[in-house]
Ligand binder design. Structure first.
Ligand code: FES
Ligand code: MG
Length: 591
């Protein structure tokens, strides 16, 4: 049986329609046709479209996908394909201990196995909560069959007493009020829960909205996919259209390798600056690029991304939330404004089958209060700085969240603008931080720099979102909300803290942070993109020589496998051995 692809067989026919091995073919067909499918459907009349479902009761940020499945499947059917839904290992940012980050590579691995080992011709990747999006894109890049991303969408805007209550951002604000004694535990809980009024992922520009904007900026979704709130009618329409489109992509043989080019990643880096995106985007994009075989470097985030203006007025860098972002035009409006200013690569191919420039034709801001123009941005130079020095080879600093107060306090000494020297206080992970942050013996005052280590990919494991450490209660009561903080872990994309984070290599593998001691003086120099411990070289070397790696305690087999093979955040936190496997769909599995 042949299909309409000019005599070219579908990949799924190697399973379902292979007269050279009638025994196996019959076994494949008999069990799949015992559910919804006829023999003809399986044997090449139409392509088989997998739907990677990341939603479930245990993954509430993506639960909406359970309800979108009908619309995705209807779109696939109407497009002329056969839908086959399958589950994905859950990655719930606010559920999984010790970190959801540990499971990104596990979900990636299992997606690669499913797409490689089953009769699937193309796939809809359902995305949403932070790590689900990169895990899906990494898997699709490794396998390289036609693939399209469908976001579940953010929750509706949260409100508390007439003010917008954004995911995560309300937590950081309320934690400070709790420390100051201005609210009690009950009000703290009510405030935070008010930020989650419906199904969907975080409604601020945290890692979820960022990574879905990245998927769209890379060209891996339909135009406008990322910002539609989960409960909106338009979200169901997008599910249907995405299902319909993936079938055409199979006929066009439009694969991730046609879309995920170096230029596409540069577009994504620029969009991340314009939306005030999460500091989690660099490691995730790095991971996707490596699995796609595209050369990207953490320093690209500064060279390409730093001088990008902040266009989006959305928490944590601004004031609005997801509903306003959507109504102002979402990612296509951001990209439309960047494009008008000549800031994007127009010619890159996308999942629509058209170039990015064609997709963006006519798109611009629909609400200048929410999405600004390049000529009149919220602020200039809103991207990341990539610092280096004797404490790390690289660490990120998100400049779009540096408040005027923070800049004045720490970075505006006359004659030394952008330079700050202070005493370090070092914590060994979040438990140590919580135990000792209010200890008067540490002498933390409004000038101190706080460090946390042992919280990177190998150390935590998975790298924890803990670098945005709150100052001691006494310092907060004195009116100072942020001290400079530094660490080898990450921080939540919803945090408004201008931390220096993702320090690589991490301390437990012998990175420079390992040798820092409480009481050392440290210099931050934003003009030179450097941070250094001011410890003389002989002393620093002596500390290195005396250092022994801390003991690692694995609690599960996966933790041990992960720690054995994971790389550093600067390199995407990939399973290093996995990056050698490229375009694996070309190598059919044995029968
Ligand atoms: Fe899942 Fe923010 S916790 S999207
Ligand atoms: Mg997070």
């Amino acid at each position: 049986m042949t299909n309409t692809r000019a005599g070219k067989r579908f990949r799924s026919q190697e399973w379902f329609d292979n007269p050279n091995n009638p025994g196996m073919t019959a076994l494949y067909v008999e069990r799949y046709q015992n559910q919804a499918y006829t023999r003809g459907e399986l044997q090449g009349e139409k392509p088989i479209i997998g739907i990677a479902n990341t939603g479930s009761d245990i993954a509430p940020c993506n639960k909406i996908h359970v309800f979108l499945m009908d619309r995705i499947k209807a779109g696939i059917r109407d497009g002329g394909g056969i839908p086959m839904e399958f589950p994905v290992h859950p990655i719930q940012e606010t559920g999984k201990r010790p970190t959801a980050a540990l499971d990104r590579n596990l979900a990636y691995l299992s997606l690669v196995e499913v797409l490689h080992g089953y009769p699937i011709d193309g796939v809809v990747l359902t995305t949403g909560c932070d790590k689900t999006t990169p895990a899906m894109l990494m898997g699709a890049a490794t396998v390289d069959i036609p693939a399209i991303a469908l976001n579940g969408g953010p929750m509706l805007d949260g409100w508390w007493k007439g003010k917008r209550a954004g995911s995560g951002t309300i937590v950081w604000e309320s934690r400070r009020l709790l420390s100051e004694g201005k609210i009690d535990y009950e009000e703290f809980m009510s405030r935070v829960c008010a930020s989650a009024p419906s199904l969907g992922h975080c409604n601020s520009m945290g890692t979820a909205s960022t990574m879905n904007a990245m998927a769209e900026a890379l060209g891996m979704s339909l135009t406008g996919n990322s910002a539609i709130p989960a409960p909106f009618r338009e979200r169901m329409n997008m599910a249907y259209e995405t299902g319909k489109r993936i079938v055409a992509m199979v006929y066009e043989d439009l694969k991730p390798s046609d879309i995920l080019t170096r230029e596409a990643f540069e577009n994504a880096i620029i969009v991340n600056g314009a939306i005030g995106g999460s500091t989690n985007a660099p490691p995730h994009l790095q991971a996707i690029a490596r699995h796609a075989g595209v050369k990207l470097n953490v320093k690209d985030w500064e060279t390409i991304g730093f001088k990008v203006p902040l266009l989006l007025n959305m928490q944590p860098a601004g004031e609005y939330l997801g509903e306003s972002f959507f109504r102002a035009g979402g990612v296509p409006a951001i990209m439309g404004e960047l494009r008008k200013a000549g800031r994007l690569h127009d010619g890159v191919m996308t999942a629509t089958g058209k170039t990015m420039g064609e997709n963006l034709e006519g798109w611009e801001s629909r609400d200048l209060d929410v999405i600004k123009t390049v000529a009149n941005p919220l602020r200039e130079n809103a991207g990341f700085l990539v610092l280096s020095g004797n404490l790390f080879d690289s660490a990120l600093m998100k400049t779009s969240v540096i408040s005027a107060d923070f800049r004045k306090r720490f970075l505006s000494t006359p004659g030394k603008e952008g330079i700050y020297e202070a005493r370090a206080v070092v914590f060994e992970g979040p438990e140590d931080y919580h135990d000792r942050i209010n200890d008067p013996d540490l002498k933390i005052d409004e000038t101190t720099i706080l460090f946390i280590r042992g919280v990177g990919c190998v150390g935590y494991p998975g790298s924890a979102e803990v670098v945005n450490m709150q100052p001691p209660d006494a310092v907060i009561k004195a009116g100072i909300n942020h001290l400079p903080t530094v660490g080898d872990g990450r921080q939540s994309g919803t945090s408004e803290s201008p931390s220096i984070l993702n320090a690589s290599p991490e301390s437990v593998v012998g990175g420079g942070l390992a040798y820092l001691r409480t009481g050392d003086m440290v210099r931050l120099d934003l003009n030179a993109s450097r941070m250094d411990a001011l410890v003389d070289e002989a002393e620093w070397q002596a500390r290195k020589d005396a250092w022994t790696p801390p003991e690692i305690h694995n609690q599960t087999p996966w933790q041990e496998i992960y720690r054995t093979h994971v790389g550093q955040l600067a390199d995407g936190g990939c399973l290093e051995l996995a990056t050698a496997y490229q375009k694996v769909a070309r190598d059919l599995p044995r029968d």
